[in-house]
Write a protein that binds this ligand. Structure first.
Ligand code: MIC
Ligand code: SF4
Length: 639
């Protein structure tokens, strides 16, 4: 039987375990990436390990999230990150260079390599035929120290692309169609491996868009073959020597196959407040629009902004719409400037903002009260835009432009002539904003500002956990619900005591006080708890407030790993009906002795017992017993 592309790359990097879906495997990691919002913690953790220099082939540190410098805090973080990079042999991408995933795809991604990144959209590099995985910062720090990355072997789901996209339909619509079918949970435990004749009709940036937003299905990662299209892109980036062909064997048997005929897809959008709430654009046509934001790691490539420029050429946006455009990288901006296309954006009325995540993570550009905002981004979780009652729709760049011009949700097929877009054979390349490390490291002093606080340390898990249910939640709780973004909160990413005060801020503003007052306790939730971001703060903040265990119907992968890494016991109901019986405020008692797979929780208030499961590998069980990975890693002295 033939092998899938994913299995080939995984097999090449497999050091421990068997490639049997559901079993834990240990992979060698070639490249790592971090971004500033998760990076400061990751590097504090890395420093705590006492390793003199990173042991990967390449490690990169990007600054793209916390770009507002309202006071000293973010600037201090940037300076700290730059010092760490120089000292430990990490490539540093300076603030203003662009978004980590876009930059990585342009300048560093290479077929058949593995990448581990402290950002959930790291899988974007799967557009280049890599196994690229998102993880918490501590797991990335451990990989930088040369250790393996452990994960559950996913099953490999084939996504067969046939046909060709129609005019005004683009990669964003493809991934929205996949989300429509799979939902935000349908990819859990799987790799989405794209194959079929439709693949070669998509450029590398388009593949990147699809792999990027695959994250929203809960998938472990997404991957595309490396073919002649990949080769041409690498050649354009002056990196043809890094190309190799990579595809699944003929006769491969995927665990399941999703067939998507590109020809049949029409312009789609995700309605508020979930990326899988997908409808056709024509269904929502006519809704007045206040804001349109084009950018984010999903849709800010040169392909996308060339399309936007062509569609905006000689036009003017509607007077009631604020249009922001942020390119994914300095390279994109430079190419657009040199070709003269940037002028079309400016003349049409776009507000050109910095090459960064920006509005995607609530750093500026919050919509007005009850506003409708169309965004080419990947997440529209409640409140993420910074305006709690705003309605955010996720759309393609084509739909974004059509709606910005008309002032209401508009099917882009109404725009008339479809412009032919092609990528340059040779991109203008400028690596000036990367600082490459040198060998001389001893003289480097790392400067930490007053907002960069030491990591709290946690004790081993006691045999008996007792406490109240501090919060009972429903399905698909996102890490944005647990620990929101936005400029006020993001600037506290290096300060756990302070950021903890914001845990569940917009779900229940009294949570942090209550948790502290009650000496901690339990959280109860539904399916897919912790979907979304890789931020460790969503585990660290509850831990800091005394949360001992979280009992849910199911967890999202990265958050589950983060809970173990920071010593919160992640439990699932054996009988999902038991969820119904628990009421917020109930007193629970867990006999946690040995942290065995089968455990019992007693609801003391109601005098009922429930079976719960702690489904962990032996390695993770030891980590949890020690009170988290940092404690466990220290025992095993890496170096
Ligand atoms: C996101 O898109 O939610 C983020 C901000 O990029 C996060 C990382 C973070 O919270 O710093 C992610 O996706 O992992
Ligand atoms: Fe940045 Fe948004 Fe991409 Fe996250 S999803 S990396 S915040 S652009």
């Amino acid at each position: 039987m033939g092998k899938s592309l994913s299995e080939k790359v995984i097999a090449e990097h497999l050091v421990e375990g068997r490639m049997k879906p559901g079993e834990q495997i240990g992979l060698r990691i070639d490249h790592t990436l971090t971004q500033d919002a998760t990076g400061t913690l990751a590097y504090l953790e890395f420093e705590a390990m006492g390793v003199p220099r990173v042991k990967t082939k390449l490690s990169l540190s990007f600054v793209d999230h916390n770009m507002l410098q309202n006071d000293f805090r973010n600037a201090d973080d940037h300076r700290y990150l730059q010092g760490v990079a120089a000292k430990y042999g990490i490539v540093f991408s300076r603030p203003g260079n662009g978004i980590c995933h876009q930059l990585y795809l342009e300048r560093f991604a290479r077929p058949a390599y593995t990448l581990l990144g402290s950002d959930s959209h790291t899988p974007m590099a799967g557009g280049m035929g890599m196994i690229a995985l998102g993880a918490g910062g501590l797991d990335v720090a451990v990989a930088m120290a040369g250790e393996l990355f452990y994960l559950e072997m996913p099953s490999i789901m084939g996504v067969k692309l046939t046909g060709t996209l129609s005019p005004f339909v683009s990669a964003k619509d493809v991934i929205l169609e996949v989300l429509r079918r799979l939902t935000v949970r349908g990819g859990v435990g799987k790799v989405l491996e794209y194959f079929g004749a439709g693949v070669r009709t998509l450029s590398v940036p388009e593949r990147g868009t699809i792999a990027n937003m695959g994250t929203e299905t809960g998938t472990t990662t997404s991957v595309f073959p490396s073919d002649e299209v990949t080769r041409a892109f690498l050649k354009g980036q002056g990196r043809e020597d890094q190309w190799m062909e990579l595809r699944a064997d003929d006769g491969v048997k995927y665990s399941e196959v999703l067939e998507v005929n590109l020809k049949e897809i029409e312009p789609l959008m995700a309605l508020p407040h979930s990326p899988d709430n997908v409808k056709t654009v024509s269904e929502a046509e006519g809704t007045p629009v206040d804001q349109v934001c084009i950018g984010s790691c999903t849709n800010s490539s040169l392909r996308d902004l060339k399309m936007v420029a062509a569609l905006l050429k000689d036009k003017k946006i509607n007077n009631n719409v604020s249009l922001t455009i942020s390119s994914g990288s300095r390279q994109v901006l430079e190419n657009l400037t040199a070709s003269g296309e940037l002028v079309h954006l400016i003349r049409a009325g776009a507000r050109i903002i910095e090459n960064a995540c920006g509005p995607c993570i609530g750093i500026g550009q919050a919509p007005p009260t009850n506003g409708v905002s169309l965004r080419t981004f990947n997440r529209n979780f409640h409140g993420r835009s910074g305006t709690q009652n705003a309605k955010v729709y996720l759309v393609s760049p084509e739909t974004a432009v059509a709606s910005a011009l008309h002032g209401e949700i508009t099917d882009p097929r109404k725009l008339g002539k479809y412009p032919e877009i092609s990528l340059p054979e040779k991109f203008m390349i400028n690596d000036n904003m990367f600082i490459f490390p040198t060998e001389k490291v001893h003289a480097i002093e790392i400067v930490s500002g007053p907002n960069i606080k030491p990591l709290p340390s946690f004790k081993p898990i006691p045999d008996r956990l007792r406490g109240a249910v501090l919060l009972k939640l429903g399905d698909n709780v996102s890490t944005d619900d647990i620990l929101p973004g936005g400029s006020e909160i993001l600037s506290l990413r290096s300060n756990i005591p302070e950021i903890s005060k914001y845990a569940f801020r917009y779900v229940d503003s009294s949570f942090a006080d209550r948790a502290l007052r009650k000496g901690g306790g339990f959280i109860v939730g539904g399916e897919n708890y912790g979907q979304g971001s890789s931020r460790e703060h969503a585990a660290l903040a509850p831990k800091y407030l005394g949360v001992k265990a979280i009992i849910v119907k199911s967890f999202a992968r990265i958050h589950f790993a983060n809970l173990i890494n920071f010593g919160i016991v992640p439990l699932t109901f054996v009988d999902k009906q038991d969820y119904m019986g628990i009421v917020q405020g109930d007193m629970l008692e867990l006999d946690a002795k040995g942290l065995k797979k089968a455990l019992r929780v007693k609801d003391v208030t109601r005098n009922v017992e429930m079976q719960v499961e702690l489904d962990l590998s032996d390695r993770d069980r030891d980590v949890l017993k020690a009170g988290g990975k940092l404690a466990a890693v220290k025992y095993h002295s890496i170096g």
